[in-house]
Design a protein around this ligand. Structure first.
Ligand SMILES: NC(=O)c1ccc[n+]([C@@H]2O[C@H](COP(=O)([O-])OP(=O)(O)OC[C@H]3O[C@@H](n4cnc5c(N)ncnc54)[C@H](OP(=O)(O)O)[C@@H]3O)[C@@H](O)[C@H]2O)c1
Length: 321
């Protein structure tokens, strides 16, 4: 079972995206929100670098207890100290989390659950992106992008859900990408067997980003009637480290973008913060946002059928049925 954008839809998505990206670069502030998070507990994955680090810093400045869930504890410690210095906060902590390893996710979730009975905001931000010449795998044998970006966050979120439900108005933000529109996600071949990937092929990443948006939609539906809302978000192309694992050719082409139309990290990070905090979003759940607006034209790709099928398959894969 798969759903692809038509060539016309794809062309429309990409032109619209490019125009918005350039407009946002030259416009004034991103959809910044000044909401306070005083006393709230915010968990952010991949918070030692790029957008996650910026969001962690902003949350700390606004008074939250921030948990930076990071794979690289050395870089995590450096980022933690920098954020504490910047924000003056003493309530920033580090927790070890490797999203490409189910046992690490379970360990991290168990420790967070016992330490923080209530979690107000979970930001599923961490991500890996390669321009693959061949398939790579997580420790548990999942295709690396789907395993890390989607299944890792799927498991973490489900394990933390009881604690998030205790929040007075919980939010779960999953960082996706407009790259989702170029996905060819096939529920019957999630691990891309015999897919003949070549260099420059970002399909595994695109698929994981569509999976992020489908997960957020299905989760929103399943949480209907609770106080928890879900959002997926494309932050726009940003000057972070996301392309560091690309081939040399990939790095050169992305490097050109980085110094031209890519967004500064703070502008892209503000787009994530908007979904985490903006009061005006509190009436909706399960939708995808970009540039501070609902990304309505992606809706035809986020079918109920695909979202439910992905959820059920993900449960089987990570063993939480
Ligand atoms: N930057 C863009 O242009 C752009 C565009 C659209 C969407 N996004 C999305 O934005 C999110 C943030 O990315 P970014 O741009 O800030 O890139 P980044 O600077 O590379 O940050 C990515 C973070 O994810 C972490 N991570 C990667 N694999 C992990 C794993 N197995 N377990 C735990 N953490 C892991 C990285 O940790 P390490 O330091 O240990 O590698 C890093 O902290 C991603 O979901 C990305 O897909 C970015």
């Amino acid at each position: 079972m798969a759903l692809h954008a038509s060539p016309f839809q794809l062309f429309y998505f990409l032109v619209e995206w490019f125009v918005l990206q350039v407009l946002r670069l030259f416009q004034g502030p991103s959809p910044r929100t000044e909401e306070s998070v005083q006393g709230k507990v915010v968990v952010i994955t991949g918070a030692n670098s790029g957008l996650g680090k910026y969001v962690a810093d902003e949350m700390a400045k606004r008074g939250a207890t921030v948990v930076m869930a990071c794979r690289n504890m050395v870089e995590g410690q450096k980022a933690l100290e920098e954020i504490k210095r910047n924000s003056g906060s003493t309530t920033v902590e580090l927790s070890e989390l490797d999203l490409s390893d189910v046992s690490s996710i379970r360990k991290c979730a168990a420790s967070l659950k016992s330490k923080y009975p209530t979690i107000d905001i979970l930001i599923n931000n961490a991500g890996i992106s390669l321009d693959c010449a061949e398939r790579r795998f997580t420790k548990d044998g999942f295709e690396l992008h789907l395993g890390t970006n989607h299944l890792g966050h799927f498991l973490l979120t489900n394990l933390l859900l009881d604690n998030i439900k205790k929040a007075s108005s919980g939010r779960i933000i999953t960082v996706s990408s407009t790259a989702a529109v170029m996905s060819n996600l096939n529920i019957d071949n999630l691990m891309l067997e015999n897919s003949g990937l070549g260099l420059g092929n970002t399909m595994p990443y695109n698929n994981s980003k569509l999976a992020n948006a489908l997960f957020s939609k299905e989760l929103g539906k399943r949480l209907n009637g609770t106080r928890v809302k879900t959002y997926s978000v494309c932050p726009g192309l940003a000057r972070s480290n996301i392309f560091q694992h690309y081939s040399t050719t990939g790095k050169i082409s992305m490097g050109l973008g980085k110094y031209t139309f890519f967004l500064p990290v703070n502008k892209a990070g503000d787009i994530i913060l908007f979904c985490a905090l903006a009061k005006e979003l509190s009436i909706s759940s399960g939708k995808m946002y970009r540039f501070g607006r609902q990304f309505s034209s992606i809706e035809p790709l986020l079918t109920d059928h695909l979202a439910t099928a992905l959820w059920e398959k993900s449960e089987q894969l990570v063993g939480i049925q």
